[in-house]
Design a protein around this ligand. Structure first.
Ligand SMILES: Cc1ncc(COP(=O)(O)O)c(C=O)c1O
Length: 290
């Protein structure tokens, strides 16, 4: 069962006209919310980011926060599996092809929920590899746009190298990875680039920062040079589906001692404990109250 423009229907019956601006221009924004044991994780934060993306893209938000919540909960209830990834996107709507915004058009809203696949425990214990590339995407990476060809081409570089992610540098500085944020650890201190137009402000990135703060782990947001990444003791990537995942080799060179590091292991445990608490409580919770 999926959701399209106010209706719940089987995916085979969900059809969008070919003139939808999502299809023609990639003119839309999206979100992906992880759901554990049918409890959406950080739903308000995802909805706030959706509202921001829509605002920056100047696409009218067709639903109130309460309506979004209600549709999402109905979609979650309609699935036969407990751990889900709820994907939803809004496009500017259907109109004769012309770059300029059309007048009087309803945004298209599509939502689906798939089984959530987090990296299996064995993979987390082994860690994964990454390759690096120049970040050649546009300069509004803060908008969660469905125009993902830049990210797709960059992700393919790591897929072809049988690696978990492509870590990106722009003008010699770390930005993020093709579908995740990046943290490094150096002498026990966690670092990540600050939020800016050059990265997507990950919901997981915020959770990591809150967990670090609550556990007194030193964490600093600062501009990070390529050499600092290459000499880091630990590298992690974070996203709603990867959670926090250790990178143990970059461009074929071992990171630290080639194993997931101690700060990663601590953060991974904190993240799993926090998830358990959220699931038990059945609702979203702040780290400090967990
Ligand atoms: C480019 C990019 N950066 C960062 C993230 C991480 O965001 P989140 O933690 O909200 O999943 C994603 C997630 O899809 C992404 O595509």
């Amino acid at each position: 069962m999926v959701f399209l423009n106010g209706r719940f229907l089987p995916i085979e019956e969900a059809k969008v006209p070919v003139l939808d601006r999502g299809f023609i221009f990639g003119d839309g924004v999206y979100e992906l919310v992880p759901v554990y044991s049918r409890v959406p994780f950080r739903l308000d934060e995802h909805l706030a980011r959706l509202e921001r993306s829509l605002g920056e893209a100047k696409i009218r938000n067709p639903h109130s926060r309460a309506q979004w919540r209600s549709h999402i909960h109905r979609l979650i209830d309609a699935q036969p599996f407990d751990d889900q990834g709820v994907y939803f996107q809004v496009t500017r709507g259907v109109a004769k092809r012309d770059h300029a915004f059309p007048g009087g058009v309803e945004p298209t809203v599509f939502m689906m929920s798939n089984p959530l696949v987090n990296p299996p425990q064995a993979q987390v214990e082994r860690g994964g590899s990454a390759v690096s590339a120049q970040d050649n995407r546009w300069l509004r990476c803060d908008i969660k746009s469905i125009s993902l060809i830049g990210n797709v081409l960059l992700r393919q570089l790591s897929a072809e190298a049988d690696a978990a992610e492509t870590i990106l540098f722009r003008d010699g500085k770390l930005t993020e990875a093709s579908a995740s944020n990046v943290f490094i650890v150096k002498r026990g201190v966690i670092f990540s680039p600050p939020k800016s137009n050059l990265i997507l402000a990950g919901i997981t990135y915020d959770v990591i920062a809150e967990l670090a703060r609550a556990d007194n782990l030193p964490l600093e947001f600062k501009s990070i040079g390529e050499d600092e990444v290459r000499s880091a003791d630990e590298i992690w990537v974070t996203s709603s589906s990867k959670e926090v995942f250790p990178i143990v080799s970059l461009d074929g060179k071992q990171v630290g001692d080639g194993k997931p590091g101690p700060v990663f292991r601590r953060m991974y445990r904190l993240y799993q404990e926090f998830k358990q608490k959220v699931m038990r409580s059945g609702k979203r919770e702040a780290v400090s109250a967990a």
